[in-house]
Design a protein around this ligand. Structure first.
Ligand code: FAD
Length: 366
């Protein structure tokens, strides 16, 4: 296995007993081509992903893993990523995966913060703005727009939070103590004040822990925040940003970060005119609001139709396409962008933010 020369990296290692280590290495390399670059050399491989590196070496009866990351969060994400894929691919065998090195089992998750609600108010009739306060938030400004909210299972009770598991994944409290997880976007972050703002859609439905939490949130409520995730939006000269109201916070944050001189076409599907929000940006904007006017969310083709009508500009440098919406729309948009427009993977990100009829993380593809 190649040995690192840089000293500032954090590292962890694991030896995983397997019946077919070479076969597992092949499968991991194939899987990770989707997320980064893969270099193979005989019995060894090096996988580079957004958060860091994974080195693999296949022996006769085991696969050696080394994870490297530039900070505790990056290392934890690298370990978690390889653990999830390996244990999923080896689900019949259930091999033990125990990391040694940096980021020991049982320690707090470096990407977790306990926070408290400072205020909650409606910005529009169906959008609730919740401000949270916590400490040490600088890491949440880079590496992605979204976080996982860990909602206590019982109002008022002090929750138990996950810690680092032996296999690198979070070890969750058992049974009824496990928090409910929902994904939201950091709409604004102020590291100095230790505050993040999250805008939460108050959507229809009976059993909606995220919406219900936002509706009832009051000063002092405790909540867990894990993140950030999803990667940063790259610098470009022209953007196409499309989504429904769940993506409005992400689109607003992206627009607020764009410099003067670039252009953005924005397509936003919302229930009706009362859900419009100001979208401050230094960039030159072409904003198109689409109203469902009574149609339930996730039942129209408004976003696809509008995106299909866009003429991609030929006279600009880099173009970047970003979209977040219900899963069916997301699939249509991906097909359009990838197959019909042949936009390379590096120049687009189209994500399912929710799925009609499904709850929480089973719904999205974040
Ligand atoms: C990367 C990412 C970022 C996101 N950012 C935000 C954000 O900033 N603000 C935000 O409000 N949402 C955001 N979402 C979407 C949010 O996570 C989902 O809408 C989530 O399912 C809401 O949880 P819930 O507990 O309210 O409802 P769930 O328990 O998840 O679902 C209950 C029922 O409600 C339906 N449902 C869920 N969401 C909606 C909806 N929006 N409209 C209509 N029906 C719905 C489900 O299909 C299900 O039938 C984001 C999602 C992702 C993947």
């Amino acid at each position: 296995m190649e040995h690192p020369t840089t000293s500032h990296l954090l590292r962890a290692e694991a030896r995983v007993p397997l019946s077919g280590p070479h076969h597992m290495m092949d499968k991991l390399c194939e899987t990770f081509t989707e997320f980064g670059t893969v270099e193979r050399s005989g019995r060894s491989a090096r996988l580079e992903i957004a958060y860091g590196s994974i080195f693999l070496e296949a022996g006769e009866t085991s696969l050696d893993l080394r994870a490297e990351g530039s900070d505790p969060t990056c290392l934890a994400y690298v370990k978690m990523s390889v653990a999830e894929h390996l244990l999923n691919l080896a689900s019949d065998e259930k091999p033990p995966l125990v990391w040694s090195g940096d980021g020991a089992a049982g320690s707090p998750l470096p990407y977790f913060r306990e926070m408290r609600v400072v205020s909650a108010c409606n910005v529009t009739p169906r959008m609730r703005r919740v401000m949270l306060r916590g400490s040490d938030l600088a890491r949440f400004t880079t590496g992605g727009l979204h976080v996982r909210l860990l909602i206590p299972p019982r109002r008022g009770a002090h929750p138990q939070w996950p810690v680092t598991g032996e296999d690198g994944r979070p070890a969750w409290p058992k049974g009824n103590e496990r928090p409910i997880i929902r994904i939201y976007t950091i709409r604004e972050i102020d590291v100095e004040r230790g505050e993040i703002t999250i805008d939460i859609v108050l959507h229809e439905g009976d059993d909606t822990p995220g919406s219900t939490w936002a509706r009832e949130a009051s000063e002092g409520d405790v909540v867990g925040v894990m993140g950030p995730g999803g990667g940063d939006v790259p610098a470009a000269d022209w953007y196409l940003l499309a989504g429904d109201e769940t993506a409005l916070p992400a689109i607003a944050r992206i627009l607020a970060s764009l410099p003067a001189g670039c252009r953005a076409t924005v397509i936003l599907e919302i229930p009706d005119e009362s859900e419009r929000q100001p979208l401050p940006s230094a960039a030159e904007l072409d904003v198109r609001w689409l109203y469902r006017n009574g149609a339930p969310a996730g039942t129209t083709s408004l976003i696809e139709d509008a995106v299909r009508g866009i003429q991609l500009p030929a006279d600009v440098g880099r173009r970047f396409i970003w979209a977040g919406c219900e899963q069916k729309s997301c699939r249509c948009l991906r097909k359009l962008v990838r197959k019909e427009w042949s936009v390379p993977a590096s120049d687009h990100l189209v994500v399912a933010y929710w799925r009609a009829g499904c709850a929480g993380e089973t719904s999205g593809e974040a």
